[in-house]
Design a protein around this ligand. Structure first.
Ligand code: ATP
Ligand code: MG
Ligand code: MG
Ligand code: MG
Length: 482
């Protein structure tokens, strides 16, 4: 079954169960200070669960554009290195807002996977919440009993709070969840070792595909749990992983979602996918990242030096450097993937095709601007590494990392990635200090230059909470006349 058909089958299946199809919300979140990008299907329904708004329909299904590159869910380091975590991915979901609960959610999930998509039952495992003493929560026996009617007991795993209990935040709706995992190993491997112990163990061929969350409690500010008057279901299934399972591939990148993009890279670079680990990772990173970049731009966020814009710029530069170093691309190459991307997503996410030329132009310009300094920056970094090796040093100092950022446009995580490839690390705190110093310098300069006007800024320097969160924020609040 082709990917497009797999997606439409999901939607039609839930429509046949009286669900209303709801379009994806934008990937860029504009009105929620706690979230930069949409990272799950439930984001757009948050107010229903919190009771701030009444749901327009009690049963809903959709395919949500998600991005997991910042905050609570940050999969960036995995992307391309493994073959099932993406930056941008589609999350297929069905919801019940105070309507059906565990029984229907479980039975329909199983019906869809095994009757409709025909996934072999002996490759599937399910997990249920195994209880937690700190919260005085029991095992989710209700879910266990429901599963027991469908699958043999030795395919049901009791999971920890970490994997099988979902919470929106410190307070608010929460509840146990049940996940479905698929074992995509060869018959021989499966015969020699049961997949049971491999579930939730980062095995590259035994992967989670669907999470069924049962919102049952409200966590109050004193930490206690109260049963919700109306119970809800929130499910999320990774579309690319589902396609891989149905198409029986050992990697998401071997499905018809990604192969055509990899083929373009092969033609343009003269290199072959499968040739070497480095080439493979580079190709996977690029065909993954182009989606994150294109969708974000389509939803109105241009690459920039601030917040969400800087996250996108970092992702783009990361991809450009992989292409430059491992595939030999010295000129912009990513923008050339846009026509195929626009075509592939034409039906489900028409916003990409509608702005195709504009998006391609933005990407091409970003690529060109970074490529102008990339080569020099990499040479300097090489020199530094040689010098460090001669002194047996392992940590690149903050000043050097900052110079690479400031002069050559190397985001900190890119320098860090290259350092890691060479067995080195970076003094991130030192980097943040250099950044703060520069901001003070430019503030002082701005005060002098503006004459009768000085800028009043609410910026409190750069708060360092790990390089993922490091944002070169320079929000100017107001001007004050003196
Ligand atoms: P994992 O444990 O594999 O990181 P997760 O538990 O973080 O996944 P959920 O938050 O439960 O994922 O999201 C629901 C579904 O979305 C998952 O079952 C999976 O199929 C899919 N998914 C999650 N993260 C990614 C990702 N980075 N790329 C592709 N699909 C993903
Ligand atoms: Mg995860
Ligand atoms: Mg998980
Ligand atoms: Mg999960």
């Amino acid at each position: 079954m082709e990917a497009k058909k797999i997606r439409s089958t999901f939607i039609e299946f839930f429509q046949s169960k009286q669900h209303q199809f709801v379009p994806s919300s934008p990937i860029v979140v504009k009105n929620d200070p706690t979230l930069m990008f949409t990272n799950a299907g439930m984001n757009q329904f948050k107010d229903y669960f919190l009771g701030n708004e009444i749901a327009k329909a009690t049963r809903v299904a959709n395919s949500q554009k998600c991005l997991r590159v910042s905050g609570k869910h940050n999969d960036l380091e995995e992307v391309g290195v493994d073959t099932y975590h993406h930056t941008m991915f589609e999350m297929l979901g069905n919801w019940s807002f105070g309507d059906y609960f565990k029984k229907e959610a479980i039975e329909w999930a199983w019906e869809l996977l095994t009757d409709v998509y025909k996934l072999p039952k002996d490759r599937l495992y399910v997990s249920v919440f195994g209880g937690d003493t700190s919260d005085g929560l029991d095992k989710d026996i209700e879910a266990f009993d429901l599963w027991k009617n469908i699958v043999p007991e030795d395919r049901i795993i009791f999971g920890s709070k970490k994997d099988n209990f979902w919470e929106m935040g410190d307070t608010g709706p929460c509840g146990p969840c049940s996940e479905i995992h698929v074992d995509l190993r060869s018959d021989e491997e499966r015969a020699s070792e049961s997949g049971f112990d491999l579930v939730n163990n980062d095995h590259p061929q035994v992967i989670e595909i669907w999470n069924l969350v049962f919102m049952q409690f409200n966590r109050l500010s004193d930490g206690s749990l109260k049963e919700l008057p109306a119970k809800h279901v929130d499910t999320g299934m990774g579309f690319e992983r589902l396609v891989r399972a149905i198409q029986e591939k050992s990697s998401n990148y071997d499905t018809d979602i990604f192969i055509p993009f990899i083929q373009i890279l092969e033609q343009k670079s003269g290199k072959t996918y499968g040739e070497s680990e480095k080439i493979d990772i580079a190709m996977r990173v690029i065909v993954d990242h182009i989606r994150a970049i294109a969708f974000t731009i389509a939803d109105g966020q241009l690459p920039s030096n601030n917040k969400a814009g800087y996250v996108i710029r970092r992702i783009l530069r990361r991809a450009v450097r992989y292409g430059y170093t491992f595939l030999g691309f010295q000129k912009p190459f990513m923008f050339d993937l846009m026509p195929l991307l626009a075509e592939n997503f034409g039906e489900i996410f028409p916003e990409v095709a509608a702005q195709q030329d504009f998006i391609a132009k933005v990407i091409q310009e970003e690529e060109a601007s970074f490529l102008r300094t990339l080569d020099n920056g990499l040479k300097i970094l090489d020199q530094i590494q040689v010098e460090m090796a001669s002194k047996s040093e392992k940590v690149i100092d903050g000043k050097t990392a900052f110079e690479l950022y400031d002069t050559f446009g190397f985001p900190l995580d890119l320098t860090s990635l290259i350092a890691r490839e060479n067995g080195l690390s970076i003094d991130e705190k030192g980097f943040a200090e250099e950044m703060a110093k520069q901001k003070n310098r430019s503030r002082a300069a701005a005060e002098q230059e503006t004459g009768d006007w000085i800028m009043v800024s609410d910026e409190e320097g750069v708060e360092f909470i790990g390089y993922d969160h490091l944002e070169a924020s320079s929000k100017i609040v107001k001007y004050r006349q003196i």
